[in-house]
Write a protein that binds this ligand. Structure first.
Ligand SMILES: [Zn+2]
Length: 262
């Protein structure tokens, strides 16, 4: 059984409590699993298609997930670029091949599924682009309303169009992204919408499957992960790969060999 644990003070909370930050110190929460209770074997996993839900035993969702077949993205061997910089085994994972066109879909399939599991009837986020498009697509699939707050004039038009096409209620506000996030947070607390920005601990659980897939596609843990980061949520992919190793004798530690590029 999993629980929520504060990354700063270690306070623990039940997994079914709707919480976004620690009520003691205000820091972010992480999902903690009891890995001793995960009994599925790797052979069973290997029979499933490469996707977020191949790894469902290492995710918090216990209902039928809201899925658009996310994950399973290609891993390209970059031979020419690798030759140029002296790396014969350089690979890139193409996360733009996810259903709404971004890696956010991995977190959103888990986040929107958790919204239903926790009994929420609507979802919301603040976003200037990919998050809103992804949230709207998964809310449409789940058949629940989505609300997106965005800072007026500071958005990717194509992405907002995606959110609108999927039926989200898009509200522009005066102020920057941080103000939009503050307002959507207040809205969620006061009106019971489920907040699906990256502070939601369950969103990051979906993101970690990038690491799982990379390990499966490579047949082992890579020497180094290089990640683009905004709020750095994708760093969750590397502890993920550490938990999930192809070879139990391979104790390399990708989390300590991580380059995050902003
Ligand atoms: Zn705390």
């Amino acid at each position: 059984m999993e629980r929520l644990v504060c990354v700063n003070c270690g306070a623990a909370y039940p997994a079914d409590e709707i919480l976004y930050t620690c009520t003691t110190c205000g820091h972010l929460l992480a999902v903690e699993y009891n890995l001793d209770t995960v009994t599925v074997s790797k052979k069973v996993w290997e029979k499933r298609p490469l996707s977020v839900w191949r790894y469902r035993e290492l995710l918090p969702v216990r209902i039928e997930p809201v899925t658009l077949q996310e994950g399973g993205t290609p891993l390209y061997h970059l031979k020419r670029l690798g030759k140029e910089i002296g790396l014969s085994r350089l690979y890139a994972k193409h996360e733009g091949m996810n259903p709404s066109g971004s890696f956010k879909d991995r977190g959103m399939t888990v986040g929107v599924s958790m919204a239903l599991q926790l009994g929420r009837k609507s979802v919301a986020c603040a976003s200037t682009g990919n998050t809103s498009a992804s949230l709207a697509a998964y809310a449409a699939k789940a058949g629940i309303p989505a609300v997106v707050l965005l800072p007026a004039g500071k958005v990717a038009v194509g992405k907002v169009a995606q959110a609108l096409m999927h039926g989200a209620r898009v509200i522009s506000i005066r102020g920057n992204f941080d103000r939009a996030l503050e307002m959507v947070y207040e809205l969620c607390l006061s009106h019971g919408l489920y907040l699906l920005n990256s502070i939601n601990p369950y969103r990051l659980e979906g993101q970690k499957t990038i690491g799982f897939e990379a390990v499966d596609q490579l047949g082992g843990v890579p020497d180094r992960f290089v990640l683009p980061v905004g709020n750095a949520g994708n760093i969750s992919a590397t502890p993920g790969a550490r938990v999930y190793r192809c070879n139990p004798d391979d104790d390399r530690h990708p989390g300590s060999r991580l380059n995050a590029c902003r």
